[in-house]
Structures are given as C-alpha cells and as structure tokens.
Design a protein around this ligand. Sequence first.
Ligand code: ATP
Length: 457
Amino acid sequence: MLVVDDEPGILNEVSLLLASSDIPEVTTISDSRQVLPYLRERRVSAVVLDWVMPNVSGAEILQSLTVEHPEVPVIVMTAMGDVETAVACMRQGAFDFLTKPVDPNRLVASVKKAMHVSELGQQNRMLKDYLLADTLGNPDAFAGIVTESKKMRGIFQYIEAIASSRLPVLITGETGVGKELLARAVHEVSGVSGPFISLNAAGLDDFMFSDTLFGHKKGAFTGADSKRDGLIAAAAGGTLFLDEIGDLNHASQIKLLRLLQEREYYRLGSDLLLKSDARIVAASNMDFTALRGAGTFRNDLYFRLCAHEFRVPPLRERLEDLEVLVDYFVRQVATEQEKPVPRVPPAVIAALQQCSFPGNVRELYNMVHHAVTCNDGAPLSVADFPGVAPAPARAPQPVDCGNPLFALFGKFPTVLQVEEYLIAEAMKLTSGNQTQAAELLGVTRPTLNKRLKQERH
Ligand SMILES: Nc1ncnc2c1ncn2[C@@H]1O[C@H](COP(=O)(O)OP(=O)(O)OP(=O)(O)O)[C@@H](O)[C@H]1O
C-alpha cells in the first residue's frame, strides 16, 4: 500500500490507521516527485493519493498511473469536496474519491476494497498467463489420462488452476467420458493428505444414502448392531467423490446441502454434531438445466456444488484422441492376456472415426477388448470390430511441396485449422494481449474472446 501526501501529519495519521486495521506494509511518500520512480521499481496493491500537492500534482500522477499501471487502484483524497473534482478524478480512472478530513471507517473500507480488487486482478492475470502458456505444473497427476485433445488439456489446466481451492467441483459429461478419472486428478493435484473416497448415488434411497454417507449409531435401527462411521468420515482430510449426483432423491439433496453449507452432519440415530473437512467432487451425465427446470434438482444445491465446474467433451468431439486411446487399450489388453501386441492399421482408425460412441471411452475400450481377445496375433482389421463399417475411400490428398500451406500443415489445411493457426500465432506475437491480437486478426476483441473460449471448452 502506498500513501502519498505532502503533509507529514496526514501521512502519519493515515499510515497508523491502516496499520491498526490489519493492512500490511504501508509505505508513505511526501515528495510527489518520488512517486512514479518508486512505482517503476516496486509493485504496490493500491495507492492513496492527495490531489493538491506542490511539484507533481495528484492529477498528473493519476494520469501516468492509469497508463503505466492500470492494474493499480488509486484512491484520491482531497480537501476540495466539489462535484467537478470528484467527476474529474473518476473520469481519469480513480478507484474512489474521499474528501478531507477523511472519515477513518470510509478510508479503511475503501482501501480494503481496492486491495481485494487488486488481488483479484492479479489472480486473473496469473490464470490467463497460465492458460496461455499451455504448461502443466503437475503432469504426473494426469498420467493415466490418455489424450491428444486441446480441450482435455484445457481441462487439465483448469484443474491445476483450482488446485488450492477447497470448494466443491462439479464435473459433467456423457457416460464413459472419463469423469471419475478427472475427479481423481482433482484429488491428486490438490495435494491433500487424506484419501479419495467414492460414492455412487444412483439408485440409493434416502436411508441408504444417509447410512452410507453419514454412518449410524449403534442401535439406531433394527439390525444396527454396531456403530458405522460412513464414507464422509473415511474421506476426512481428502476428497469425497459423489458420482451420479443428478440421481439424488429430494430428501438426500437437503442433507447434502446442509453438509456443503455447514460442513456438519449427524450419524443416523445420533444427535452428536460432527464436522467434515472433505472436499466434495460431484459428477453427473445429466443435464442440470433440465433437472433444475423440472424441479428434480434443487437450485441451491446446484449452486453450492458448482463453485468450480467443467464439462468433459464426448469422444466424438475429440476424435484426435481415438488413435492414442486405441493404441493404449490394445497394448493394455494384449499385455493382460499375455499376447503379442497386434498392429492397428490406419483403416481401423478411419473406420472407428465414423462411429458416434454414445458410451464414449468405455465403449471404445470394450470394442478394443473384444477385437484383441478374438485376435490371434495378426494386424487388427475392421472385421474385428462388430457393427463398425469401413470408412468410405477418401479423395487422395493433392501433394504440392512448393505451396507454403503444405509446408506449414504437412497437407492442405481445413478452414478451421487455418483459423486456429492464425489465432495461435496472433496470441503468441502479442504475448497473449487479446486487444492487440484481435487487431492483427482484423476481428473485434469479443469475437476473438468467444473463439478462444470455444477452443477451451
Ligand atoms: N482419457 C482416458 N484415458 C484412459 N482411460 C480412459 C480415459 N477416459 C476414460 N477412460 C477409461 O474409460 C472408463 C470410463 O471412464 P470413467 O469411469 O472415468 O467415466 P465416467 O465419465 O465417470 O463414466 P460414468 O458417467 O458412466 O460414471 C474407465 O475404465 C476409464 O479408466
């Protein structure tokens, strides 16, 4: 925090007030000429700035700050309580405007708000840099998830970005897309010491759900011969994965909501209130908009669950994963069955690319399992995959090595590939600055932003 005023008495008063309000590291400057050189050397969260000062005025400093450090919120203090000055300050980009003598409560509230905004801005920039850099901090956590898809890489990065959060995560996507694998990755990346505990909510009535999740006291009901701890206790210090959460009945939804809100629960038959620190990761292949619209899923529970949320794309939306997944599963099944690993000709991949895979990766695994099981060491063929038709013969790709498009893409690219390439190049050239990249590309910034978001989803 930097406080600038030419009157040492005010500097003293303000810095004492801020220090006693838990605002750390307050620096004061009384000579306005030192402000800009100071800010070029140091990073500050926010500035409290006097408006009328000898040498360099508050207006001049504010103007330079909004150009050189637009991310730093500036709170202007002035003895001139007139509307014109206030309007001028705010127009120039001030965060807040306070009239001297400054009300201490108002000053502290404004400084805290400015620091909060500054912190959020910094987090936002870090997240953006991180997403654009396309690197993973903890690749081992995703080692079991085979993929070549940019969309899946985007999900990995999102998971890393929310690693330190303890708020719930909601994972949606069709059956068999890999939601449980990703839930495990969320757990791995978060680095918590407790275990990953999984509960499938499908088909559980309220009693079964409550008993399995919260446990029961000895004698709570006929047949409860001993105490049961429940999965929430087993997940202490770790992650509780609730699969098929869209199937949860109404009574259980209320109990889960209470757990999420209060982090508290009761075992069946017990009035002893217990605490839980397990992180909740929930998954469903259902459409929550429809469920909420029909009243079968509570809105309040949904909003609690989706503090962080991502959708896993179905296999047909990431066909670039097909070949690596087939190779991986062929190797895995052949090894399990102690057979030589059969070759997978391109015709098999081309044929599989025509399939819609309603059961996604799980369905692909089953198909490969069947093909390898029936195979006697020869290369796999389309006939090893019942129900899959050979891909129609494709028009041969023209080859022209002198054409720069061939040199860049190795083949004649599609419009989509060229577009993706141009966007990636523009973002690289402008170091991720979307305004400049949009200018280079000749599109508006919102159009570019929308396109980048589409690529990530
Ligand atoms: N990218 C992948 N790499 C390797 N194996 C995968 C991948 N995606 C899914 N699988 C495998 O496919 C199977 C289904 O995955 P998973 O159980 O995570 O899907 P799901 O989305 O949770 O399915 P459901 O909604 O039916 O519970 C699992 O055996 C999993 O190991």
